[in-house]
Write a protein that binds this ligand. Structure first.
Ligand code: SF4
Ligand code: SF4
Length: 353
């Protein structure tokens, strides 16, 4: 018989740091998504609305599902847990830790498929299985909680008491009946550090994220321009935001991974002005192989313009005239109206208007 313990052991060998099992049932938290959508917190992420029915029931994702195996993979490569790793006035870009390595969708999905292949070799009975990692229509956090991987903190991230919250969540829904783990215990207590530290007020309450205010949404998800009042709040964030995780006490001494997949080429800390002057092809090279390739390159270019505007460094104003070093068509595909609007705004900021 294929046991949960045998799967857990094989998962560790494949590079997963945590592995737990939840029953494939309709946990009440799965219904909260509808209320969250009704409040308009998803903004432009209409794919969430379109897939809400599937996300509400794992048995719509895999009709024969009886168990959900959930994996946590540490992606943190830094020892320190600071929230301000750039000096003010700098144009050094900040990239969320999850995006600094290889594209996790691909790396993790390959590992999940390898685990399913192994399970099929080991199981005396045939079974159904479907993997999920972020891009699939599963509410991973709910199952991670019930599989004992960690509790959902007030910052909406899953926190493991031993490893912290810098975790990729993924898993396998299966028709196998496996021994479930006990759900994780909520250890946030009276702490509100993440809510207090959020620079945009996106954490409107405990476990209530208004994504339309979140820097992750503003830098990655929205295709429209970033609303003007929110541009200064982006500071030097080019891609995502780690603040509400970095301040969490459970990330003091969080696990650090040695997995080469998450030790990517240096993007975090590069100069926004230096990147702005690169051609579209050169910018593509900078993000190649990472999860940053999932959205149009123009969003990164837009964010760079906002960061230059936020730098307070008037000597960078001239750089805004030279996307792609001013070479003809070198930045043509990314100079969208939203980018041009950000450039005009950045010029005003640097001129002190
Ligand atoms: S990621 Fe940043 S902006 Fe979004 S909720 Fe956390 S601290 Fe706030
Ligand atoms: S900072 Fe505090 S409230 Fe926020 S997730 Fe961490 S423990 Fe919970």
């Amino acid at each position: 018989m294929l046991t949960a313990e045998a799967i857990r052991q094989r998962a560790r060998e494949l590079g997963f740091d945590l592995c737990g099992v939840a029953p494939a049932i309709g946990f009440p938290e799965l219904t909260w998504l509808q209320e969250w959508l009704a409040r308009g917190y998803a903004g432009e992420m209409d794919y969430l609305e379109k897939s809400a029915d599937v996300r509400a029931d794992i048995r719509r994702f895999l009709p024969s599902a009886r168990s959900v195996i959930v994996m946590g993979t540490v992606y943190n490569t830094e020892q320190e847990s600071g929230t301000r790793d750039q000096g003010s006035g700098s144009d050094a870009i900040r990239v969320a830790r999850y995006a600094r390595g290889q594209d996790y969708h691909k790396v993790i999905e390959d590992r999940l498929i390898e685990l399913i292949d192994w399970m099929q070799e080991e199981s005396p009975e045939p079974f159904d299985a479907a993997q999920f990692v972020d891009k699939h229509q599963v509410q991973e956090r709910v199952f991670a909680h019930h599989a004992g991987i960690g509790w959902v903190g007030k910052n909406c991230c899953v926190i493991n008491p031993g490893l912290g919250s810098w975790l990729f969540l993924s898993g396998i829904a299966t028709s196998l009946v496996l021994e479930p783990d006990a759900p994780a215990v909520d250890r946030c207590g009276s702490c509100t550090l993440c809510i207090d530290a959020c620079p945009t007020g996106a954490l409107v309450d405990a476990r209530q994220l208004d994504a339309t205010k979140c820097i992750s949404y503003l830098t990655i998800e929205t295709n429209a321009g970033i609303p003007e009042p929110q541009r200064p709040l982006l500071e030097q964030h080019a891609w995502g935001c780690d603040i509400c995780q970095a301040v969490c006490p459970w990330n003091l001494g969080a696990a650090v991974t040695a997995d080469p997949a998450w030790h990517g080429p240096l993007r975090h800390g590069l100069s926004a002005a230096g990147l702005w002057e690169r051609s579209d092809d050169e910018l593509h090279e900078v993000i190649k192989g990472s999860a940053m390739t999932y959205v149009p390159l123009s969003r990164l270019r837009r964010n760079l313009a906002v960061i230059i505007g936020n730098s307070g460094n008037a000597s960078l104003a001239g750089v805004l005239d030279r996307p792609g070093r001013g070479r003809k068509n070198a930045a043509r595909s990314t100079l969208t109206p939203a980018v041009q609007d950000a450039v005009a705004w950045a010029r005003q900021q640097l001129a002190g208007e």
